[in-house]
Every structure is written in structure tokens, then in C-alpha cells.
Ligand binder design. Sequence first.
Ligand code: IPT
Length: 952
Amino acid sequence: MSFRTPSVDYVEDVSPGSGALPPRAWYASSDAKSVSLNGSWRFRLSATADAEDDTFAEPGFDAGDWAEVTVPGHWVLQGHGSPVYTNHLYPFPVDPPHVPTENPTGDHLRVFDLPADWPADGGAVLRFDGVESCARVWLNGTDLGEFKGSRLPHEFAVGHLLKPSGNVLAVRVHQWSAGSYLEDQDQWWLPGIFRDVTLLHRPAGSALDFFVHASYDHVTGEGTLRVDSDVDGRVSVPELDIDVATGESVTVAVEPWTAETPRLYDGVLMTEGERVPLRVGFRTVVLEDGLIKVNGKAVLFKGVNRHEWHPVTGRALDLETMREDVLLMKRHNINAVRTSHYPPHPAFLDLCDEYGLWVIDECDLETHGFTEQDWRDNPVDDDRWTPALLDRAARMVERDKNHPSIVFWSLGNEAGTGRGLTAMAEWIHDRDPSRLVHYEGDWNCRDTDVYSRMYAFHDEVEKIGQGLDGGTHKRRELPFIQCEYAHAMGNGPGGLADYQELFEKYERLQGGFIWEWIDHGIQHPEFGYAYGGDFGEELHDGNFVCDGLVFPDRRPSPGLVEYKKVIEPVRIEGDPAGGTVRITNKQDFADLSALDFAWAYQVDGETVESGSLSVPPLAPGESADVKLPAPPANGPGGEAQWTVRALAAADTAWAPKGHVVAWGQVTVAERPVPCVTASAAPACGDGRITLGPAVFDARTGALRGVGGVEVSGLRLDVWRATTDNDDGAEWQSDTRYGVLWRTLGLHRMRHRLDGVELDGDALTVRTRVAPAAREVGLATVYRWVSDGDRLKLTVSVTPEGDWTVPLPRLGVRLGLPAADEVRWYGGGPGEAYPDTRTASMVGRWQSTVDELQTPYVRPQENGARSDVRWVEIGGLRIEGDPAFWFTARRWTTEQLDAARHRTDLTPGDTVWVNLDHGQHGIGSQSCGPGPLPRYFLRAEPAEFSFVISTAG
Ligand code: IPT
């Protein structure tokens, strides 16, 4: 055989490819053999598409000196080249369908034998589940064809080419191709064979493609099953006594499938040559009365956008990682996933069927970069590209059509508008009328069954809920979802509870999907987790790629904990007077029989009595007022609360018995305000002032210590290391306060000392705190008194000048020489800010300084605990009047602000403590609205105090 330099014209060809089999359902046969070709492959990287000829595909080629890579995987994450991150900018000149000459091309080679029991008869299919972005395939020297469509399966008929041993599979993968123009999703560009490669035996008479139609009639309680199959056979579902021919309908009483009650029936499709296991879920999705209804009921999506991500292997995910995602979602009350922005590994959809999640399955299509040129030459509005778009739609629908969890097909993301999208929608509606079509990019809803938007502000969402948003006639008839909202970048998202309130208030609003599930940080020896720019990319979008509810290692961020609370399936509201709690079942399908309820009575945050609460198994939407037991005697006048929890009554597939699903608290006796009677008088001498347990510098009035505890740097503090949401995205319409704060100089406030006064009982220190170059300032008075044991600081702040911006925070900071253990009474256990505090539970908590830190990939303000009544740290006990926000760190706010990665933060000798009277809201302005005005920390006169004593 002789080889010539192959033509690489296919790389820039708009067609989807050639040689592959037609798309079909993805399934694992019960009896047909298969061979996984995952594992170590020989690998050679070239700088251009045509640098090497194709002799490597020839049997006998010696690749002994090639490198090795793991398949599935991305070569740029295995030491060959590097990843590139851009949000919507194409990292190459936009001249469709052309791509750069510099086109990293990976030749992959794998030699394999057939297992000894591989049947001699029948055919075989070689399946690629995902290759980015374009591949050409040879088996035993025969060119099988080439394909594009990175996150879609491609199969080739190879039975006639197989040998018992020494089969040579050669795959040439190009990083850039015409297909790249259709794959401009906001994520890392990661070439490679990143999903499974499998050789499937296809016995004579095997199943080919089949479509399971399983609907549910909520009026009769019956399900109807019909399996259409390319190859005739029989369908059996033993549990339902079903045994029918393919193509034949059968109707029987069934339990329906919903995300809350994911009832699946095991069945089998039997053709002459094969048995294929089926997992049948009966449900009916319709658009009716302007609502998305499943089994006759309107559903509320409490969703997330999920990209596939692993910090080491990129988009190559193993089953356990996929399962971890699903379990984490279920445990956090999430009921829906949008597979942004491409069909996921098919095993993920099996898990959604099994554990119960509503799915928007999204096609592998995004042309966002064309927005830079006003969408000129957008492939979705150019007929030459339509076959590629239809191929992508078909590969998604055909692969995934048998999953009951999928309720929507999504045409893609951010691709503008055009005829190609309409063609896709028409094809999908025709092929599968049993599901609805989603696409966000066309606000006129020409092709869609839902009005979908992203990042609409609260006020607009409310208008839409009220039907006052106008729009085309068609749109006005449609339900609304936010396919993306609440951008979970860094600290936040704020304002979740406010969105949820709207979703629950207006029928037309059927919920939303948080952007997004996971931070796409790449594990990195120097940076901890790398983000855009860390690989020297010429164009990049920084840490915009780290905007998930879980950190790269899948640890839940405070945003996820907040979301869990905001979307809890049971609402528990106390009545401070009445001795009852109101329990509401907020689910759409399930009653409360899977839950136990427990109460606890707390005095000063300590549980003094607890027990179980009997709650009727309320139907969806129902409420009941449930009587609480008589309150235990409340000691000597402490603060008292009821805490009521809803817990899993038994082990479930996704959580153990006792898992807390929802909770509510009600305070029935308020906290007595800490009181210090000024009885000790300040005394001056030796350059020092003493007052009760405290020592001050006589010249500056600065606190030096309390009891034996050294204190440094106590002063007013307004700065916070701006969050991604403070900084905001430049395209957002709300004022970007993070930027204004810095312009104004709030990060470099100067403290002028105006006077140190001893007047009877008190030491008063007068100051003015203001930034250079500005006339605004904060007149700040520190007033100290003591009863001999305890010290009370009252801080009064009076803004001067014309403050046109809110403050980042307002409180005092102080340094302690040593601190590790922290105990507090207040909100916890995790961080909270004014508009992210729903999940903050009042109680007694303890932690360490290190554990108080929230590990945002790009360091920024984090870790505040809300509503703190008192805290004990570093030998001091600090009580607040009123309750305060507390943070403690082994670095200063300025160091936190300057850090780009967590590895930039090195613990110093001092623990810096912030006791804040106020914090500005967080919002979601990194992509969306800033904080709602009710969460602003306005520059207004304020007074707050702390009582400080030595702990223990
Ligand atoms: C939106 C994209 O759909 C999503 O992929 C992601 O980039 C997100 O923004 C921000 O992280 S598009 C944006 C213009 C609203």
C-alpha cells in the first residue's frame, strides 16, 4: 500500500463529514460483545493539519518513539500544547469556514486484538462518543471517513475490516476546523478524543435504532408504551405484564416518571439477534394553557447549567464524577439540568433518568463570536451550513431520544437567529413531537415552545410574570424560563431568594437555571487552579471560566448552600406568637410522606430540647399549621428560637436517612442587649492610657491590648477585596460600584487623628477617615468605656461631603497576634452577605481561622458570618450591639485584594479580624444585575458598639 500526503480540505469544509453511519439511539446491549478502546494510545503532535502524511495509519507503521496519551482525554492537559480560554471570542481570525494554518493536529494510534470469543459472524461498529473538533479515521489502513461535531457520537461500519489480532486504528484529530465556528461555547478549547472509543459487535438480526414512546395519562393513571424499531422484535416489561411486538401500543396502569418520583420500569427489546435493556419512564410533556405541563401539572424548574468538567481531565469525565454531580444536585434540592452547551456523555442522562432530574438537552452549537461583527456571516443564517446544523440536531435527538428525563430539546446557545435554526427546530418538532423545543437567542420565539432568557433583571422578570412584557403574539402565549441567571462567579450569586419569590408568585414563570454548576479551574502546580491567561493565551477572559456553584474539586460553594435553601421543597415558617409552624409542600408531584420532621428549641443558640414533629403527608401545594410542643422553660431570659427541620425519613438513592432537606427558624425571645456600666475611669501615665482591662497609646488613642491579649491596628474599615460581582462585567447596565469604589479611593483611606480625650468615664478618639484627592470623608469617633472587666467600644460614623456611592463595608478591623479556634453565636455555619443569607442558620458554631476562608479560585472578599451576637477568637470575646458581620484571616484585606490566585496568599503572623456593622450586597453583576437597592450599604450616619473582654 502506498500513501500520499492527504488532502486536508475536509478540515475547512462546512459539511458535517463523510463515511459515518446515520445517527441512532445510544444503548448498551445485553448480549452483543464490545471492546473498549480507551486507554493508552500512541500520540504525535504536529503544528499544522498537513505536516505529516498518513503513512502512520498503515499497518506495520512503527510508532515506538511516539509519546503516549490517555484516551479519553485532551492532549493539551497531558503535556502537549496548552489550553486556551475565551468566553465568546474566537481565538482565530473570523473568516468562515477557514481556520489558521497553525492547527495543532494530533495523530493517535492504537493497535488492538479482538477478544478470543469475538463472534465470527455479524458486523461491527466503531463508535466515537466525542472528539474535538474534527477527526479522520483509518482502520487497518482503510480510510473510514472524517467527522465534526465534537460532543456528538459518530459510528463507522468496520466489520469487514477486522482481524483477530493486530488491528491498527489510526485517528487524526485537528484542533481547529469549520466545526470550530459552531462550537464557540464559553469554555476552554480542549482538543482530543475526550470520550469513549468502543468497538461494538453487531450480531445478525441485531437492533439498529429504536424509539421508546412512553406517555402517561394523568386522568386515567395509565401509561401507553410503543417502541418503534428499525428491526422488528418484541418488547417486554415483566413488571407490567407487557409483551408486545415492536410498533404495537399497549396501555396499562403505571406509576408515572417525574423528577421527584423517577419511577423506571425495566424492559427488554428483543430482536432476532440481540436483547437491549430498556429503562422505561412514563410521562407526558405538553404546552397547555401557556404552561409547560408534565403529567397534567405545571412544573417549576430549580435548575443549573452543567458543563462537563474535571480539574485534571477537562471534559473527559468518568462515571463516578458524573454520578457525583447528580448526587450533589439532588442533595441540594436541584430538580433540573440544562446540558449547557452540548449533549453530555450519554451516561449522565442515564443518571438523570435514574435519580430524577428534568433535562434540557442542548445541541452542540454556538456561534457567539459573530456578535463582534453584528452577526454578519453567521453560519446559522447561511444555507451552506444547514446540513451541518441538521446533522448536529439529528445526532443529539437520535442518540438521546429514549431518556424520560429529557423534556426539552435545545437548539444550542448564543447563535443569533437564522434559517438554519428554524430548519433544526422544524426537523426536531417533526421527529419528536413529544417534547418541547428551547432556544434562548430568538426573543420572538419563532421556533420555540418557551420564552427563554438569560440574566433578565428582577424587575423585568416580574413584568414578564405579569404578562406586561409585550413581544410577539406568539411569545405572549408562552411560559417563561430563565435558561441562565444568577451568575455564580466568585462570591455570590446574590439575589437568589428574590428571584425565587417571583418564580413562585407568577404562574407564567416556570423557574430557571443558575449559571453554572462548576468552576472550570484547571489543577496547576503553581496557581492551584488555573484560569484564562494562566497559559499565556494571547486572547482570554480570565476567571470568567470560574463561575460555578461548586469549586473545581466539587466542594460546594456557599452559593450552592444558599440555592439549596432558597429552592427547598418544603417551606417551614414559624409564627413568633402562635406556637405553630406553617408547613407547605412546594413540590409539584410528591407528597411529604418521604420526610420526617424534627424540632429543636435553642436558648442562646444551644439546643435545650428536641423532638419529632408529626406533619400530615401534605399533597403538593398544600399547607398546614402544625402545633409545636409547649416551650421548655427559658432559663434566665436568654434569646430563644425554634428550629424545625425536614429530613429524609429513610435512605434514598441519593441521600441517607436523616439528610436535611429543608429547615425553618423562628425567634420567640429576643436577645438581651449586652450592657456595660461605665464605672472604671481612664488613667493616663507612662505614655499609656489604661481603662479597665485595656491599654491604649496615650498619644494616638490606639488600643494596644485587652487583658493579656495584644491588639493592633484597630480602626474603621470600609474596604473589601472586590468580588467578581462588585467589579461587574463592563457590558452590564447597573452601576459597577466595585469600579467606582476604587476610583474614589476607598481602598486607600487615610486616617487623620483629630483628638484623644479623657472625659470622666470615657476615652474618646476623634478621627476623619477619607481618601486622598477627594472631599468626601467619614468623621469617626471611637468612644471607650469599661466596667472594670469588660470594655465597650462605640463607633459613630458621620459621612461628610457628597457620597454618591454606597460603602463596600462598614466596621472595624483589628489584628490579633495568635488565633486559631473560633467560636461564635450567630449565623452559620457558612458565609453570608446581605443578599446571600437565606441559608445562614442561627446557632452556636465553631471553626478555625483557616476553615473560615471560602476558597474562591480568584481571591476576593469571602467568609463573612452574619448576625453574629458574639465571637470568641484569639483569647477575646466580642459581643455586638447590634449583631454584626464577622470575618478573620491570616492576611490583610489589601493582600487579599492583590492576590490573583490562592497560592498568592501567605499567612502572616497576625490574624486580621473584621467586625462589620454593614456589608454591601453581592448581586450578580459579573453577568446580570447588581444587588437590589434594598441590599445597598448607604453612606449614612451610623453607630454601633462592641463589648470586648478576655474569653474563657
Ligand atoms: C452567557 C452564555 O450563554 C454562557 O455560556 C456564559 O458565557 C455566560 O453567559 C456567562 O458566564 S452569554 C452572555 C452574553 C449573557
